[in-house]
Design a protein around this ligand. Structure first.
Ligand code: 3HC
Length: 669
């Protein structure tokens, strides 16, 4: 669990707990023993602690959370390290996160390798740094900076860490240990963070909480983190006790349990069932993208930003130029915000080859089709690609709902065909649905998943059905929302239920944003429902300044009397007398129906596991992560209650609505 190396009068203790050197009970025990032994030996002048492998430490062992604590606790260990009578130096490389950084804070000096990242991400698990981080960090660095790091959970670079006084020096050169040993040997005294006064005040904390209230939203952890930092004004021991109490309170909270579920769900999503571990992935050196629209451009950026050249193909020069300019504008906006340098912009753009000649896709290892949702068009493109793409190239469609098997059948190589459904804006959204067709080869699937990871996406495997995982679950919500309008609800009433729940937008906000005309038959004389009527009147959503809502010049929505008129007309035609619709009914008919749909697609094998659905909805649609995704939430509500709710409204849900078999006894695993 720890190894020790001797360099004359300096002992190096190496944390060795792959893959992330988590500070589990065995590591804590052996680290404590190693420090005490080194301290006791007269020949030892100083101690260096570093991590084995690719990082210093990923923090406390999250798998131990919720289980009885095994001594020594992390806080106790860190206090003991700090109390050591001989100088202790943390040598940070790769990453020092959470308890890992807290351990480094308990050391007397900190060195970091160039490129290292340091952070306290506990808040992202609904927690606070519970091993002295909230007490020592504001003693070491400026209070406001400490509050920012602790409440955002975002790591900083080694260089920033030196600037703010968190790290003493950057170690350069290949021999990190040599540099750290020399540094440790030069020290003539211990230097304890605990002896420093805090660098925050009551007023700082109050202002920080008040000014970040909107950002924190319904999350409990960030403000609790700030309260723990407030305790750094107390003597350290008392502050640590207060920190511990707040940590335990958060650890027991529903929000933290849900966020921890998402942490593990995200990691499980990468594991593909029924695929041999050693399946050989194909090499992807160049990517082709068909279609230079918003999606095609955004998809291209993912690869360009990760050093993979892209050939982008269009059918006309104007659309091609527009697409390439949009990519450049996006990169330049990032540069203006300081997220990338001008030379990085040029490097990325230099790797983009625009073309009107589809034959140029012949040397691509992966070609992603990103044209609009039209099955005939997609089939034509894939048939043509079949004659152009080199043998072994992966042919992917970015369809968000169409049948990947039907598209694959247009080629002579369905094993090479896979769905890669990016979410808009494709260069920003984390989710990638990788759609496994009936004939998709194992290595095609494994390569698409791996590629997703390489470009920084969270890739989830989905099976073929209309809408796959994410959009499939939207269908019943959309259908019920429209029915509810006819029965007496308003768009604002329904949307508010969803935004109060923690979703970024309600169903009508989304439709207005995506375009009410999406999937419209484009015949203004054919008006069969509310959506047709809105489209016929040019109410296509935000882009035309009117949809379900009216929009002002800043795209702020307000209830629309025109939409209300359309709703009332259809209501009258259907002979429906409007009634008061309760919030409870809206919750059942829009949110419970989503849970039900999730179980239906699980039963059909469209999703590999329940937690994959949660990942899709958290990363693709903004389901509040602190509610853990729709299936996790369904489990919290109780599947028996979901089932009972749906049965209560079965008449209103309509004869077509199907409740999943055995929903009431569904067990969330
Ligand atoms: N505890 C236990 N297991 C952990 C872990 C941790 N802190 N961090 C990662 N793992 C596991 C993952 O579950 C995964 O397991 P699997 O292979 O069985 O699925 C494996 O380690 C590899 O993890 P990743 O796939 O995430 O590896 P990456 O190389 O992509 O990322 C990382 C490494 C950046 C360290 C990332 O794993 C991470 O962000 N980990 C969590 C960091 C964190 O939140 N630390 C705070 C913990 S809470 C704490 O310290 C409380 C303290 O204040 C008291």
């Amino acid at each position: 669990m720890v190894k020790t190396n001797e360099y004359g009068d300096v002992v190096e203790i190496v944390l060795s707990n792959p893959p992330v050197n988590a500070l589990g009970s065995a590591v804590r025990k052996s680290l404590l023993e190693a420090v005490e032994q080194a301290e006791a030996r007269q020949a030892v002048k100083a101690i260096v602690i570093r991590g084995n492998g690719k990082l210093f430490s990923g923090g406390a062992d999250i798998t131990e959370f919720g289980k009885p604590l095994v001594d020594p606790g992390l806080s106790e260990l860190i206090n003991r390290v700090e109390a050591c009578q001989k100088p202790v130096v943390a040598l940070i490389h790769g990453m020092a996160l959470g308890g890992g950084l807290e351990l480094a804070l308990g050391c007397h000096y900190r060195l970091a390798a160039a490129g290292a990242k340091l952070g306290l991400p506990e808040v992202k698990l609904g927690l606070l740094p519970g091993a002295g981080g909230t007490q020592r960090l504001p003693r070491l660095i400026h209070g406001e900076t400490a509050l920012g790091m602790i409440t955002s959970g975002n790591p900083i670079s080694a260089e920033q860490a030196v600037e703010i006084g968190l790290v003493d020096e950057i170690v350069t050169g290949p021999d990190h240990t040599g540099a750290a040993v020399a540094f440790a040997r030069s020290l003539d005294r211990v230097r304890r963070t605990a002896d420093l006064p805090t660098r925050t005040t009551e007023a700082d904390i109050d202002i920080f909480i008040a000014s970040n209230a909107r950002t924190f939203g319904q999350l409990e952890a960030p403000a609790t983190c700030a309260e723990a930092v407030r305790a750094s004004m107390l003597p350290l021991e008392q502050g640590l006790t207060e920190e511990r109490e707040l940590f335990i309170q958060l650890m027991k909270s529903d929000q933290s349990k849900a966020l921890r579920h998402i942490f593990f769900a995200e990691r499980a999503a990468g594991k593909i069932k029924g695929l041999p571990e050693d399946v050989k992935k194909r090499t992807i050196a160049r990517v082709g993208v068909i279609g230079a629209g918003t999606m095609g451009g955004g998809i291209s950026m993912n690869f360009l930003s990760n050093g993979i050249p892209v050939t982008i193909a269009e059918t006309n020069q104007e659309a091609l130029d527009r697409g390439v300019n949009a990519v450049r504008k996006n990169y330049e906006a990032s540069a203006a915000k300081g997220r990338m340098s001008e030379s990085q912009v040029e490097t990325a753009m230099g790797m983009l080859t625009p073309t009107l000649d589809f034959d140029a896709l012949g040397d691509c290892d992966l070609v992603i089709e990103a044209v609009y949702e039209d099955m005939d068009l997609k089939k034509q493109i894939f048939a043509r690609l079949d004659t152009i793409a080199k043998p072994g190239a992966i042919l992917a469609t970015n369809t968000s709902l169409l049948d990947v098997d039907e598209i694959a059948a247009a080629t002579s190589r369905p094993g090479d065909v896979v769905g890669m459904h990016f979410f808009s804006p494709a260069n920003i959204m984390k989710l990638l649905e990788v759609v496994r067709g009936a004939k998709t080869a194992d290595d095609t699937l494994a390569t698409a998943m791996d590629m997703g990871r390489k470009i920084g996406k969270i890739a989830v495997v989905a099976g073929v059905c209309y809408g796959f995982i994410g959009n499939r679950i939207l269908l019943p919500r959309r259908e019920q929302s429209l029915k509810l309008l006819l029965e007496g609800a308003t768009p604002a009433q329904i949307d508010k239920i969803h935004t109060d729940f923690g979703l970024p937008m309600g169903p009508f906000h989304i439709t207005d944003l995506a375009g009410v005309d999406l999937g419209w038959h484009r015949d203004p004389s054919r008006v069969d429902n509310i959506v047709d009527a809105l489209c016929a009147e040019g109410r296509w959503g935000q882009k035309t300044g009117a949809g379900f809502y009216d929009y002002d010049e800043k795209r702020r929505p307000s209830p629309s009397s025109a939409t209300q008129g359309i709703i009332e007309k259809f209501r009258a035609e259907a002979g429906i007398t409007p009634r008061e619709i309760s919030d409870e009914e809206i919750v059942v008919r829009t949110l419970y129906t989503m849970v039900n749909e999730a179980i239906l697609i699980l039963q059909k094998g469209i999703a590999q596991r329940a937690s994959d659905i949660d990942v899709v909805w958290v990363y693709g649609y903004g389901w509040p992560s602190w509610r853990g995704g729709p299936v996790y939430w369904g489990d919290q509500v109780g599947f028996a209650n979901i089932d009972a709710g749906l049965r209560k409204y079965s008449r209103e849900l309509g004869p077509e609505f199907k409740i999943a078999e055995n929903l009431a006894s569904y067990e969330f695993k």
